[in-house]
Design a protein around this ligand. Structure first.
Ligand code: GRG
Length: 322
């Protein structure tokens, strides 16, 4: 991709996080803010329809409470953007995108439970168990997880069964005992212990990056991408996934609870291993900038116009404020 002669709708990056050289900027003018708003609304509408308020009312109320509480919708939007990157229409990816948000929300509900992170605030509201009680919160997470797979199987259209099965395999691996659950397990086990940078990377890669990788890879699969496309997107995804968590660690020490919509400074109070703690805030920011640059380089193989959303999403993840 030729990155020369570019124009931008907004500044690329917060100066303190990173600067990226002119020749790495995408070719096309792209209204990223509008893209985020439009895609976010479409995802919210689809999620609202996917979980109607029906009998038994309490469990569906609890599922809807957390699922529709806001959230940046980064995962479904990454899925849609990677589908569009390889020429697929958004409609092909929407059931998968909604499923990813359901799984993400399930993991947040469980993560906030007293037996896990024990948190009171999520997405700017009291956590699920604070409102509905612990037992219902556990069930709401279980039901969202199950519904995610039902939703993919029942609502995906115009994609070969081979591709759907392949995407489901990718997704289920990413969230099980070799993915999300592995990261959470190691995170719990490392509480109160000295953690090396390698161990911290294992936790972050599994707890956060694997699901983000699945979002991008599944979007590429359902969008019709070939093996080379999938592997290139996977490389981008691995950088973005780790970047997301490094930035999360930085935000925990630099923002307030109001700004984050969740309890700020929690990592410090619980003496948790984080990138700022292990390498200092400046080096953590530098690491984030390196990951962002590496991610963007992986997009060079793709059509510039189609790659623009993923280019801007990398920038957004690096510079997000919550
Ligand atoms: C339910 C499959 C399943 C597993 C449960 C509890 C658990 C195992 C894993 C916890 C995983 C976890 C909560 C990781 C943190 C990921 C993270 C950085 C979340 C914040 O994501 P944002 O900033 O939040 O995208 P919003 O609210 O905007 O969606």
């Amino acid at each position: 991709m030729n990155f020369a002669n570019l124009s931008f709708e907004q500044p690329l990056l917060a100066e303190d996080l990173l600067t990226i050289s002119q020749d790495k900027r995408p070719l096309v003018t792209f209204q990223f803010e509008e893209y985020l708003v439009v895609k976010g609304k479409q995802v919210n509408n689809s999620l609202n329809e996917a979980v109607p308020l029906r009998h038994p009312i309490k469990i569906h109320e609890a599922m809807r409470y957390s699922l529709l509480a806001g959230g940046k919708r980064v995962r479904p939007i990454l899925c849609i953007a990677s589908c569009e990157l390889v020429g697929g229409d958004e409609s092909l990816a929407m059931p998968m995108a909604c499923a990813l948000e359901m799984i993400h929300t399930a993991s947040l509900i469980h993560d906030d439970l007293p037996c896990m992170d024990n948190d009171d605030l999520r997405r700017g509201k009291p956590t699920n168990h604070k409102v509905f009680g612990e037992a219902t919160a556990v069930l709401a997470g279980d039901a969202l997880l199950s519904l995610a797979f039902e939703h993919i199987a029942s609502n995906t259209r115009n994609i070969s069964p081979d591709r759907v099965v392949c995407a489901i395999a990718e997704l289920s691996t990413a969230i099980g005992s070799q993915g999300l659950v592995a990261g959470q397990m190691m995170d719990l086990e490392s509480e109160g212990k000295e953690v090396s940078l390698n161990e911290l990377e294992y936790i972050h890669v599994h707890k956060t990056a694997k699901l983000l990788e699945a979002c991008l890879v599944c979007g590429t699969i359902v969008g019709g991408g070939n093996t080379a496309d999938i592997e290139r997107v996977r490389k981008y995804a691995r950088c973005i996934g780790l970047l997301f968590q490094v930035v999360d660690d930085i935000l925990d020490v630099t923002k307030s609870s109001e700004e984050l919509g969740k309890t700020a400074g929690k990592d410090l109070v619980s003496n948790k291993a984080t990138y700022p703690k292990l390498m200092g805030i400046d080096k953590a920011k530098k690491f984030a900038s390196e990951l962002m640059i590496q991610a963007v380089e992986e997009l060079a193989y793709f059509d510039a116009a189609r790659a623009a959303p993923l280019y801007h999403l990398a920038n957004y993840i690096a510079n997000r404020e919550n």
